[in-house]
Design a protein around this ligand. Sequence first.
Ligand code: TK8
Length: 333
Amino acid sequence: MRRILLGACAALGLLALGGTAEAQQRNIRVSNGVNQDHPVGNGVAKMAECAAQRSNGRLRVQGFWGGALGGDLQATQALRSGTQEMVVTSTSPLVGILPALGVFDLPFLVADEKEADALLDGRVGEDISRRLEGVGLVNLAYWENGFRNATNSRRPIQRWEDFNGVRMRVMQNNIFLDTFRNMGANAVPMAFGEVYSALETRAIDGQENPYVTIDTSKMSEVQRYLSVTRHAYTPFLVLYSKRLWDQLSAEDQATLRTCAIEGRDEQRRVSRASEAQSLANIRRAGMQVNEIAPAELERMRQQAQTVYQRHAQTIGQDVIEMVQAELRRIRGQ
Ligand code: TK8
């Protein structure tokens, strides 16, 4: 009798233990290169709130800002080795891991946000996410970094020839490197975390990023001119370590996917709603902003065409064709 009782107690104990393990909190760290007041902050807050609510507080999503957990590339490598859960990163610094991502870096590929959303939330986005899984990264959603504009401390860029000799920081990405070299700039690849101080010390003259990133990273303190080039649209990937993902229950996986999409809608909404305010902040901080005349923009686009050919093989001709076919469909051509 005693033995039976003891046995029953042991079994109950095991159950209880199993129960606690089941109900254990999961801390999910999200690495970000941008600061918390960037619209990504709103997206992460939304995602965290959604995950907490759906899991009764078990899934704890927490953002880390300003590269505190490493730059985009470094953090992504930590995901691949399973030492960090999540990162919100631009696609561009990851082309060394997945060359197909380079398709988004092709200059003047996407014309507006509607095209970007249709491309990323449709079959192109799915195809790229499938490829990411193959390199140990689960992409939960596409958020927005946005249309990139050139800033520098030398002169307003009015035609592509004005880039001549300007030391431009570019992301660690051969397509960007080539795009700016091809315009005559002295392009220097550099991680985002080093850009502000490199501009401050005048080690470089310029950089390029969307308005909200320029604003929230306080680039206006160290830059004089902003030229509205809109030369590329950079998506943000919302990545989860595949190694750690595979340890989650199907239910938690579903929750995180749903919440990354909720986060996406909020992040894109705030990103687009903040553009005008960011531009106003940039102007108020003393930067001189210039639009590019349509004819000059067209010349810039022409000048950039060779970049498509030169990188087709690395990106994959099939990937470029898939994207261009999808863009034609979206544009109703
Ligand atoms: C933020 C980066 C950054 C990107 C860059 O981590 O490196 O210029 O545009 O905003 O992803």
